[in-house]
Ligand binder design. Structure first.
Ligand SMILES: [Zn+2]
Length: 445
């Protein structure tokens, strides 16, 4: 494990170095701008051979994007936009590339650095301080941005308290580069149902979540998490996955119905949406009964649960790649869960389920590139364009940010990426993003 970690760091360093030459220029630009408030914001005309806007079913050719400050102001024929823009304007000519909206990963853990086994997980909580983990998180968010992910929903800090809020604040204030973050802080599980587990009762061990029992504690925990900056509320609906006699993937449910409904009720009362970690049939069934907004993982989805998910407009983040990544190391029912999820994914696509891109990166090493999920989605039955939408317009709707991000259109944030070759012909092109702009600032070129 040690050698693997240092290898990851080396790769991360290389990635960071490629970005270094762009970022200081931007900082200088930003400083110059605050010094002279009267100077108009930078304007860019971005040209490329092809454009995927995140909403249309087909790419468009001979289209340019006009960016002013942090927003897109126009999308249209390059000559027309050039005339309209006048001077001064900087042209970014990306040649034969395809431009797309910045990608959105709706299931990340910036404060986790891979946990194939419970020993990997425990080691991070026991031997790494929260400040050290936050430093590693700053490297993780930089990698995410350089890979083309301009927004992420980070689904709990795994024992690092509210450090996700701090990472988000550092990004928003321009201290470090990173994606727009939507955070869920500590997440919840009842006593004895989430790591760290298995240690002597004489020891007070760190917890991977906020431990809550009963409706009163739950209401207080939801209020506390909201108070300290949670955008979303997350809880762990189930554990102990096993294969039932009927072939369904079953699980032990963590909360009573009353407790689960209290989480959802209190979160919704405070204007927060709810994400449920749930893998087995029983957990998904209970989470849907409670009225959650998104199902995370969902390997145990069956036709009846998919139908309920569709009827209730609940989103599904399948996190396929992490399941494949950890299956061999975890053993037991995990390899079988990969097959079950593949079958469920095909059925959910056919049923028109709302499938949002979500990878669980952090569960696997950040240096793996969270864009690897795309190839699995396509192999499992999604068209390449649908997979792209799942990480752009569909993902933005899950976040309630569809008027801000997820598509390339006037009024939206200028979160724009590019790839050199056609991602529709080869979806793995999205693992090789060559240009990244977030909020009108170029981070990679
Ligand atoms: Zn996760």
């Amino acid at each position: 494990m040690q050698s693997k970690v240092s290898g990851s760091f080396r790769r991360a360093t290389i990635l960071i170095n490629t970005a270094v030459y762009v970022f200081p220029l931007l900082l200088a630009q930003a400083h110059a701008q605050t010094a002279r408030d009267s100077v108009p914001p930078p304007r860019y005309l971005i040209r490329a051979a092809h454009l995927i806007d995140g909403r249309s079913d087909t790419p468009r050719d001979n289209v340019a994007v006009l960016v002013e400050g942090e927003r897109i102001v126009a999308v249209g024929p390059p000559a027309e936009l050039s005339r309209r823009a006048g001077a001064p304007i900087q042209t970014i000519d990306l040649g034969g590339a395809t431009i797309l909206p910045g990608l959105i990963d709706n299931h990340t853990h910036v404060l986790l650095q891979g946990d194939i086994t419970s020993a990997d997980y425990d080691e991070q909580l026991l031997k790494e301080s929260i400040p050290y983990r936050a430093i590693r998180a700053t490297a993780a968010v930089r990698i995410a941005l350089m890979n083309g992910f301009t927004a992420i929903r980070d689904l709990e800090t795994e024992g690092a308290m509210y450090a996700d809020v701090d990472v988000k604040t550092a990004i928003n204030r321009g201290v470090i580069p990173g994606p727009r973050m939507f955070v869920s802080t500590r997440a919840m599980a009842p006593t004895g149902m989430y790591p760290l587990l298995g240690y002597s009762w004489e020891l007070k061990m760190p917890e991977g979540v906020q431990i809550v029992d009963g409706p009163d504690e739950i209401r207080k925990a939801v209020r506390e998490e909201a108070k300290y900056g949670a955008d979303w509320i997350k809880f762990y609906a189930d554990r102990r996955y096993y294969l039932g006699d009927d072939g369904r993937l079953r699980s032990w449910v963590n909360f009573t119905d009353e407790e689960m409904k209290t989480i959802v009720d209190e979160a919704h009362r405070l204007g927060k949406k709810v994400a449920a970690h749930t893998v087995g049939w029983d957990g998904i069934d209970a989470a849907l009964r409670a009225g959650v907004n998104s199902i995370e993982h969902g390997q145990g989805l069956t036709d009846d649960l998919i139908a309920r998910m569709v009827k209730q407009n609940v989103y599904w983040c399948p996190t396929i790649y992490v399941g494949v990544y950890v299956a061999a190391g975890r053993g037991g029912v995990w390899p079988k869960m990969v097959d079950l999820e593949r079958a469920a994914f095909g059925k959910a696509v056919k049923a028109g389920a709302l499938i949002s891109y979500g990878t669980d990166v952090g569960g696997f090493a950040w240096t793996e590139n969270e864009a690897k999920e795309f190839a699995y989605m396509v192999r499992y039955g999604m068209t390449p364009m649908a997979a792209i939408k799942s990480a752009t317009s569909v993902a933005a709707r899950l976040l309630g940010q569809e008027n801000q991000i997820g598509t390339i259109e006037p009024g939206h944030f200028a979160d724009i990426i590019a790839v050199q070759r056609d991602p529709i012909a080869d979806i793995t092109e999205l693992e090789r993003v060559s240009f990244v702009m977030k909020g009108g600032v170029v981070y990679k070129r």
